[in-house]
Ligand binder design. Structure first.
Ligand code: COA
Length: 333
């Protein structure tokens, strides 16, 4: 028998009902639809408005969508990983609450945080558990309530981010489909350009800091933009080269949805046709850990068994990389 590979066998997703349009943002900060659309490609994002509901609410809904679609018994899930930069609380993990709420009572669970690269890194972890033969059903969820760390008076950040969640199930595959290769990196010198600083162990969230809005995310957009384009394109090139793939071999690029111009610039650098580039940033904005599974959910009906998919992400840390995966099933819808 050949080597066991780890394949995605189901996808689920959830976005909140409330739609924050560019027109509504025009009433909150000094901005306009034309600027936001031309600079980012974003038209609207979803926001979880209900009091007291956090990231676990999004994660649970996405996982339940997957469970219903696939018709699985949640008791068969052995591990639940929640990639998130906005956990419900510092401790205990969002994943343990999520796992119990969805009925995955035979699973262990933990959170992972790598900012916008959280889901990509999570794929590396989830597939490793399957490839080792240790577990056969791993649920990976990417979920973020970005609105909980966004200052809706800061036009540099509030136009970009949204809330959402997506989930995928990894199972063993003996046809050589699923995960093929990864190139993952991080660089701590980048953290000064993109961070939510206060509330951690080095930077206390004092009343004075709260007064100044220190609980919110901050970014130096231009530096992040340049690094995102260079590093996602570079990681993708490395993956193509290492796997003897030409760009014609690639069926899909699933890149982190941070800015349409970043995605276009990567596609241009690697010379990939527009039709092969997954896009939904216009609907959801940047949902951090949720962008990649939300793409898979939106494109699931177009994905074919054997399709070669390149995932790429970049985020705070800095953190970035690319993963090459062969899609393992044809959608029944
Ligand atoms: C944030 C981002 C959209 C800003 O676009 P940009 O083209 O770099 O714009 P700049 O920040 O240089 O600002 C250009 C001008 O627009 C203004 N501006 C900034 N935000 C604005 C807004 N929402 N509406 C209108 N004008 C705005 C700036 O004040 C600046 O004005 P000035 O020239 O008079 O100083 C872009 O840098 C970006 O997407 N960066 C990456 C973000 C990202 O990916 N973050 C998540 C990481 S995974």
């Amino acid at each position: 028998m050949g080597k066991i590979s780890a394949a995605i066998t189901a996808v689920g997703a959830y976005v909140p009902e409330y739609v924050l349009t560019n027109q509504i943002l025009e009433t909150l900060v000094d901005t306009n639809d034309e600027w936001i659309t031309s600079r980012t490609g974003i038209k609207e994002r979803r926001i979880l408005k209900e009091e007291g509901k956090g990231t676990s609410y999004l994660a649970i809904k996405a996982a339940q969508d997957l469970i219903d679609k696939k018709g699985i018994d949640p008791k068969t899930i052995e591990l639940v990983i929640v990639a998130t930069a906005t956990p419900d609380m510092k401790a205990a993990s969002t994943a343990s609450f999520t796992a119990t709420e969805i009925g995955a009572t035979n699973a262990f669970s933990f959170d992972m945080d790598a900012a916008c690269s959280g889901f990509l890194y999570g794929m590396s972890v989830a597939t490793s558990y399957i490839e080792s033969g240790r577990y056969k059903n791993v649920l990976l969820i990417g979920a973020d309530k970005m609105s909980s760390i966004i200052n809706y008076k800061d036009r540099a950040t509030c136009i970009i981010f949204g809330d959402g969640a997506g989930a995928v199930l990894f199972e063993p595959n003996d046809e050589g489909l699923g995960f093929q290769d990864e190139y993952l990196r991080s660089d701590g010198t980048g953290r000064e350009f993109l961070q939510a600083t206060y509330g951690g162990s080095s930077y206390a969230l004092t009343p004075e800091i709260l007064e100044k809005g220190g609980q919110y995310a901050f970014q130096e957009g231009k530096t992040v933009f340049k690094n995102a384009v260079f590093n996602m394109a570079d990681a993708t090139f490395k993956i193509l080269e290492r796997n003897n793939l030409t760009i014609e071999d690639v069926n899909w690029l699933a890149a982190h949805q941070a800015n349409k111009r970043i995605i276009d610039a990567i596609a241009q650098r690697i010379e990939l046709e527009e039709e092969k580039v997954m896009i939904n940033i216009h609907k959801y904005g940047n949902t951090t850990s949720a962008t990649l599974p939300l793409l898979l959910n939106d494109y699931e009906s177009q994905l074919k068994k054997g399709d070669k998919v390149i995932f790429a992400a970049f985020g705070g840390g800095f953190s970035w990389g690319a993963i090459y995966l062969k899609w393992a099933y044809n959608s029944v819808n």
